[in-house]
Design a protein around this ligand. Structure first.
Ligand SMILES: Cc1ncc(COP(=O)(O)O)c(C=O)c1O
Length: 437
């Protein structure tokens, strides 16, 4: 007898850790582009892209064909045991495509958190300093150090202490919080002044090994900082010998209309962490940056058993080719604009849609109770739940859980986008009518 998604719920309940979240309770069968089909034949339009890992889309034919060939050669010789070409070529490629006209080196790893951990290890070794600065509302992972660098208490931190020492969180401006009577110029000047105060009140810059900054905050709610602020952070780093680490794990590989989001701010990071869309769904991450800094770690001090798996490296090399061939930077801008236009139209009839913002195809809006002006986490959760039930994979975000974010594959077709928005509109209508009853 063929099974349906419900048949698997008992397995999920009985054998999978409760702490693992599931946004959608269906079971995937196959996926292509921006559509996932479940085992009952239901289609889901994918506005989540496996949390931003699928800029080139599901099962890109070139990647699938290439990896089938690779599988016949070998699976994992282990780079520490014997080298293989794809790791070397990928390190070379990353050195060339990341910003900064200086010699660069790369260490490849598995997950985003692991990349951030290693960036901190490298920065500490290079500077001989211990302190790490991240930002309020930031997200860097679920290991002890990266959880300590992360801001959102529930669900990421509550009950999981003690946290790593010498981690400090600096303020990161959110333009949605700018009062109407404050000019943009004053808002930016105040944000920089607060940052300077942070280095007087909280930690001395001469003790800081690195500042780890998301050029656009991802889990924090797609917060796009002013260019002047990012440049001020870099300037402080330069003045005090602090390593500037751009965490591009969610923002990288064409998501924002440039290969890396930090390029929008005309800042060249010393180190960059990459993962997610780097390898089209394979677990792969890396720290790329100034050769002199990366080389402060001695042989054997960084890396890992599965780090830089050859299938993942081959996928990454193809991803970089596809981004160029299919002009995904340009597509990100077109898709982002189309999403923004649709959201602006929807906000005319659904007044809880506020603060729509985007950089390329990194688009989000906030759900605000129009009566109180406060973030509406419950309504956000309801919209996401109904959308997921009705055939749209949709994610929330934000420190207050009231942001809906769009991380669609950049190969999404007009038809998929329209279908996705039809489902979203139906979900918005349904939650609004339930609320009014
Ligand atoms: C900016 C950023 N850094 C780090 C991470 C952690 O990555 P991973 O979940 O692969 O450990 C994420 C994941 O969402 C992220 O968005």
């Amino acid at each position: 007898m063929t099974k349906n998604s419900n048949d698997y719920q008992a397995l999920r309940e009985t054998y999978v850790a409760r702490g693992v979240g599931n946004g959608n309770l269906h079971v995937a069968d196959y996926a292509k582009g921006a559509t996932i089909t479940d085992i009952e034949g239901n289609d889901f339009i994918d506005f989540a892209g496996a949390i931003g890992t699928l800029n080139v889309g599901h099962s890109h034919p070139e990647i699938t064909a290439h990896l089938k060939n690779q599988l016949d050669k070998f699976i994992h010789p282990g780079f520490n045991v014997i080298m293989y070409e794809s790791y070397l070529k990928l390190a070379e490629k990353l050195a060339h495509i990341t910003p900064g006209d200086f010699a660069k080196k790369t260490v490849l790893l598995n997950s985003g958190a692991e990349a951030v951990e290693n960036a901190v290890k490298i920065a500490r070794k290079y500077t001989g300093r211990q302190s790490v600065v991240s930002f309020v509302r930031g997200f860097h992972g679920r290991t002890n150090l990266t959880m300590s660098m992360t801001s959102k208490v529930r669900p990421y931190k509550l009950g999981f202490g003690p946290f790593a020492p010498e981690v400090y969180q600096a303020p990161y401006p959110n333009v949605a919080e700018k009062a109407d009577n404050v000019s943009q110029e004053d808002f930016e000047a105040q944000a920089i002044a607060r940052l300077e105060d942070f280095f007087i009140e909280t930690v001395d810059p001469e003790e800081v090994a690195c500042v780890v900054m998301e050029p656009v905050q991802g889990e924090g709610g797609f917060i796009i900082p002013p260019k002047s602020f990012v440049q001020a952070v870099k300037k402080i780093c330069e003045a005090h010998g602090i390593i500037f680490v751009a965490d591009e794990i969610q923002t990288g590989f064409a998501r924002t209309g440039k290969l890396f989001a930090i390029e929008h701010f005309d800042v060249e990071p010393d180190l960059m962490t990459v993962s997610k869309s780097l390898a089209a769904g394979f677990p792969l991450s890396g720290v790329v940056g100034k050769a002199e800094i990366v080389d402060s770690a001695n042989p054997g001090e960084i890396g890992g058993t599965y780090a830089g798996n050859p299938l993942a490296c081959e996928a990454a090399l193809k991803v970089i080719e596809i981004i160029e061939q299919e002009q995904l930077n340009e597509k990100a801008e077109t898709i982002g604009q189309a999403i923004e236009d649709k959201l602006n139209a929807l906000s005319a009839t659904h007044n809880f849609i506020q603060h729509t913002r985007r950089l390329g195809a990194m688009v989000a809006f906030e759900v605000i109770d129009p009566q109180t002006g406060k973030p509406d986490k419950a309504l956000t959760a309801n919209i996401v739940k109904v959308a997921n039930e009705q055939g749209l994979l949709l994610l929330s975000a934000g420190i207050k859980g009231n942001v809906i974010r769009f991380l669609t594959p950049l190969v999404i077709t007009d038809e998929e986008l329209t279908r996705g928005f039809d489902i979203l509109t139906a979900a918005l209508n349904e939650v609004t009518s339930t609320q009014q009853v």
